[in-house]
Design a protein around this ligand. Structure first.
Ligand code: PRP
Length: 537
């Protein structure tokens, strides 16, 4: 039987009629813009060798790529990125051309989407690469074109956030920290996870560098953030990077682009890919960024032709969705709350903030409730994350357990210090989980947490997903132990189980959609400030 003949694989889909028209129109408008600016079109193959993307500097995890093999068994992939193949092509085919070379493309990339998250795996991109020019003018040319690209795309409103990857490179370079801590710092800054960043910096100790890193992710908005940052750290390379960003910003303002640009000094360079100016575009109607780019002066060197370069890609798929989404910045700020235990504690916090929670407390079976000028949405914990990631809710309140298990792209901004508990490995009392040679089985509602815990120990353990009352699994003989949340410990005790090892502490966090944070900054910050104050009472 041809079981799958009528459906498309997860992450891929058909596009019909007006959807195709939209895509072609956006791609056509962009091509016209790129050509007007003297960029020449290139097409690279959809299938490339894995080695093209095998570098610490790509920022695309190997597991996210669609892998195949050629007739000799060598690993090939569907291109997960457009810049790397273009760098390969320039280094091998265009090395005799006079620099700079201006190129544009309009072709999809293929990146495995998170399971059932409603995101495509095949993503249409149109973009440009300016290779062989490391000048200020090249940066201005590219950022201006990025703004023009979004202007041409029929969006209600959009912002381009602009930063400089050099800040953190300078500060992190002065810190004496392990590669793991460094990776964590970058990760926390990128997700604006102030709580975890604060904890890690406390552990590292109070230095000029930790003070500046603590502050930078909060510095986004208008030109005043640069003045604030100047006072933070006197290092000359840092000051130079700030000055450079300021000069770029001023020039863009002179060109009449002020209303489209916001500065974010917390834009970091997770993969060491970017070396200077870095930017992302956010549009009303899309919860994810619709454009990204920056200067990447080290990439061409990896293909044997060192040359400065800068470019950007418009996420055409996301942009087309943004043009049609009903989400608009006129609606009230929408906050997704986790139903149940956390809901009650959140209501208390809202009361401390002075918000009118009457409707929320007398909700009956309603799921969307006004709380003062805000709109709250009641949902299960993993759905809070889904709604915020997609941007249909701007803010979410959810446990760290759910974030670690289900989360990927949003800002995690406040640790509310409510809903405190921990993840732990527990077993029937008196048994020794770690002894013996037999492969162990563990049941959990959190298979990702469980798998990562055992992977970090180098232990090969079978993890079985259980939806609730996971304590039953060892009692019924299905598993040797469980990985679960422990709050008071009474569920374990009353079922003859005990904690073998604590994994990490959990508490409720506030998460924010990345586009909302940029497009509705003032309203969101007002809410977050009041909430943070209330959580400290
Ligand atoms: C959680 C967790 C434990 C229990 C721990 O379950 O999975 O079973 O709470 O709390 P304690 O340490 O205070 O006893 P939850 O109440 O969410 O129900 P579920 O397992 O059915 O999902």
């Amino acid at each position: 039987m041809k079981r799958y003949s009528k459906i498309t694989p997860q992450g891929s889909r058909d596009y019909l009629f007006e959807e195709c028209d939209d895509r072609r129109r956006v791609e056509h408008e962009l091509s016209v813009l790129f050509k007007e600016n003297n960029y020449r079109k290139v097409i690279t193959p959809a299938i490339e060798y894995f080695d093209v993307f095998k570098s610490d500097n790509v920022g695309i995890e190997s597991e996210m790529m669609f892998k195949m093999s050629d007739s000799k068994g060598r690993t090939t992939v569907l291109r997960p990125d457009n810049t790397m193949p273009i760098a390969r092509m320039v280094a091998t085919r265009l090395h005799d051309e006079e620099l700079p070379v201006r190129l544009y493309y309009s072709q999809p990339v293929f990146v495995r989407a998170k399971d059932l998250a409603g995101r495509p795996s095949e993503i249409a991109q149109s973009g440009v690469e300016l290779i062989g020019d490391g000048s200020f003018d090249a940066d201005i040319e590219i950022v201006k074109m990025a703004v023009e690209s979004l202007k041409k795309s029929n969006l209600n409103s959009f912002k381009l956030e602009l930063g400089n990857a050099a800040f953190f490179n300078v500060v992190l370079g002065k810190m004496n920290i392990s590669p793991n801590d460094r990776a964590d710092v970058v990760n926390y800054i990128e997700s604006k996870n102030y709580a975890a960043l604060g904890d890690l910096l406390d552990k590292i100790g109070d230095t000029a560098e930790t003070r500046v890193i603590r502050r930078l992710p909060r510095l986004f908005g208008d030109a005043s953030v640069i003045d604030e940052a100047k006072k933070l750290y006197s290092d000359s390379a840092f000051q130079q990077a700030l000055l450079y960003l300021q000069t770029v910003y001023n020039r863009l303002c002179d060109e009449g682009l002020k209303d489209y640009i916001i500065l974010d000094l917390g834009l970091v360079n997770r993969s060491n890919y970017y070396t200077g100016i870095i930017f992302h575009g956010y549009a009303e109607g899309s919860g994810i960024s619709v454009l990204s780019g920056g200067r990447y002066d080290n990439l061409l060197g990896e293909f044997g032709m060192p040359a400065p370069a800068i470019g950007f890609a418009v996420e055409v798929t996301a942009l087309c969705e943004a043009m049609h989404e009903v989400i608009n910045v006129e609606r009230p700020i929408r906050i997704a709350l986790t139903k149940g235990r956390l809901e009650r504690k959140t209501v208390e916090l809202f009361k401390t903030m002075g918000l009118d929670t009457k409707e929320l407390e007398n909700k009956g079976r309603r799921l969307i409730l006004p709380v003062d000028k805000y709109e709250t949405v009641l949902s299960k914990a993993p759905d809070v994350i889904t709604y915020v990631e997609h941007g249909v809710c701007d803010i979410g309140i959810v446990g760290k357990d759910t974030i670690v298990e289900h989360g990927s792209s949003f800002y995690e901004v406040i640790d509310l210090n409510i809903g405190k508990c921990k993840f732990a490995l527990a077993c029937p009392k008196g048994t020794d989980f770690f002894s013996g040679y037999k492969r162990k089985t563990v049941a959990s509602k959190y298979p990702k947490v469980a798998k990562e815990f055992f992977e970090s120990k180098g232990m090969d353990v079978e993890v079985i997903k259980i939806e609730g009352s996971v304590e039953l699994a060892p009692l019924l003989g299905l598993a040797d132990g469980i990985i679960d949340i422990v709050e008071t410990g009474s569920t374990l005790k009353e079922n003859g189980l005990e904690v073998v090892e604590d994994i990490f502490p959990i508490s409720a966090r506030v998460i924010v959609n990345m586009a909302s944070m940029k497009l509705r900054k003032a309203e969101i910050e007002e809410f977050l400030n009041d909430l943070e104050l209330a959580s400290r009472v």
